[in-house]
Design a protein around this ligand. Structure first.
Ligand code: GDP
Ligand code: FE
Ligand code: FE
Length: 205
């Protein structure tokens, strides 16, 4: 991919930072492999934004920042959960859930992003939500199907996302819940709410 394809310039509507400044902050906050994942999620989110008619700039910003909090110490999250009086049940989970569900607060404060759509996309990127905007669906899917991902079910998720964002969201949500149950992992309640909103083909059963 050449430079003009991969780097877009920002209008300043969503963050006062330039893309270069934002990328630098991500590089400082993350390990090299996580940083490269974030760049691939950005590119995948941009492609989905073009395909499904969403702002390419918002997709770029949300893709870049979605895992900003991934490498933060647990103490930062525990402090934030108490300070902002978030659900106490969060304390029974760890970084896998916190980096999105709590991490968006650090994105807002430290990366100077106020746009609610972008912040919600970060908040929901791991566990989803019953109501996900087009941008939130794009980030949720781009994170799961970016070209570096290789796990059973990734091709199915890529094919579903080609059909529609909703088909992609349904596929990922079903596969994640199956994976968690198969491995006897604790399911965060929001993950079940997302499942019920996006996966069942028939209701009232
Ligand atoms: P990443 O940050 O790019 O690695 O991707 P995600 O933010 O989507 O997911 C982080 C991890 O959280 C993945 O391993 C998911 O399987 C896991 N995860 C998603 N939902 C749940 C849940 O309800 N409970 C638990 N325990 N893990 C979950
Ligand atoms: Fe993540
Ligand atoms: Fe990610």
């Amino acid at each position: 991919m050449n430079k003009s394809e991969s780097e877009i310039s920002y209008t300043g509507k969503y963050t006062p930072l330039s893309r270069t400044e934002l990328v630098k902050k991500l590089q400082e906050a993350l390990t090299p492999s996580r940083f490269n994942h974030v760049l691939r999620v950005e590119q995948t989110a941009i492609q989905l934004a073009q395909k499904y008619g969403e702002s390419v700039e918002k997709a770029s910003i949300a893709g870049l920042v979605h895992d900003y909090a991934k490498q933060r110490p647990d103490a930062d999250f525990i402090r934030a959960i108490k300070q902002y009086r978030l659900d106490d049940n969060l304390l029974n989970y760890g970084n896998a859930i916190w980096h999105g569900v709590v991490g968006w607060l650090f994105v807002a404060k430290e990366l100077q992003i106020e746009n609610i759509d972008i912040l919600k996309a970060v908040e929901y990127h791991t566990v989803g939500h019953q109501y996900m905007s087009k941008l939130a669906q794009i980030v949720y899917m781009a994170d799961y199907i970016e070209p570096g991902r290789d796990f059973p079910g990734v091709s199915k998720a890529r094919e579903a996302t080609e059909i529609s964002l909703a088909a992609g969201v349904s596929c990922q949500t079903q596969q994640t819940l199956s994976y968690l149950i198969e491995n006897k992992l604790p399911v965060y309640p929001q993950t079940i709410i997302t499942y019920n909103a996006w996966v069942p083909v028939q209701t009232k059963e």
